[in-house]
Design a protein around this ligand. Sequence first.
Ligand code: ADP
Length: 273
Amino acid sequence: MTAPAPLTTPADVARNAAGRPVVQLRGVGKRYSNGTLAVAGVDLDLRRGEFASLLGPSGCGKSTVLRMIAGLGEPSAGRIDWPGAPRDGRGQPVRDVGFVFQEPTLMPWATALQNVMLPLRLEKVPSREAADRAAAALQSVGLDAFLRAYPRELSGGMKMRVSIARALVTEPRILLLDEPFAALDEITRHKLNDDLLALWAKAGFTVLFVTHSVFESVYLSQRIVVMAARPGRIVADLGIDAPFPRDAAFRTSVEYAEACKIVSARLAQAIVS
Ligand code: ADP
């Protein structure tokens, strides 16, 4: 992995290095059954409570990495370890992740509340408790007035909020998001960016956010992991040394513009490499 960019202060590097990893990827590779080598030699530690983005051009393997961390696909090389995670009855580490897909993927015949209750019902949580926890999760994303609304009655941004509430209702240690706001208009996307940061600041989970937008990754992240394609691999690991909370003033600051410039240059290098 390359050295951190000048955006990261030595104090940050020391602090981050000291943070305990929640998940560790070592030499992870993925070859799909059709022979495509999607990613190779990925080493990545995600530290407790950090907000990291995985940034790279389309097709460089970002989703493949995210899905393997979620257990939605097995690596064909290397290992994914979960230091300190509790073990299930078969001695396997409990991943404890929430996943937000590009599309909200809601059940159209179920209300917002029923959609968010689903992960709890799968965990056999009693209905009453599941309903209370789902209502609280919907409230945390600003949808307390829409518990009984069906997906067809909700805007694109509201459906994505339901999807985030469903991912968070089990209180996961890691939230994985796969370009969740790519289909939304800019104003809605900015609002959801802010709401996601507020949820993260409050609950303290670890975030890995996949995006191909430099601007979005710089706004949100403490750390940006840049990937390049053929095969998908990590080419830079950059710290974004700007304090939280971040807001509209940060988007128009010199600091933000400078960070976007540096990250864009790294991304451009990744695309030609
Ligand atoms: P990204 O998220 O960066 O756009 P992906 O992880 O989706 O990249 O894809 C990385 C590479 O793996 C691409 O070449 C893509 O076509 C290929 N790929 C993704 N999923 C599959 C699959 N299920 N079977 C075969 N190839 C796949």
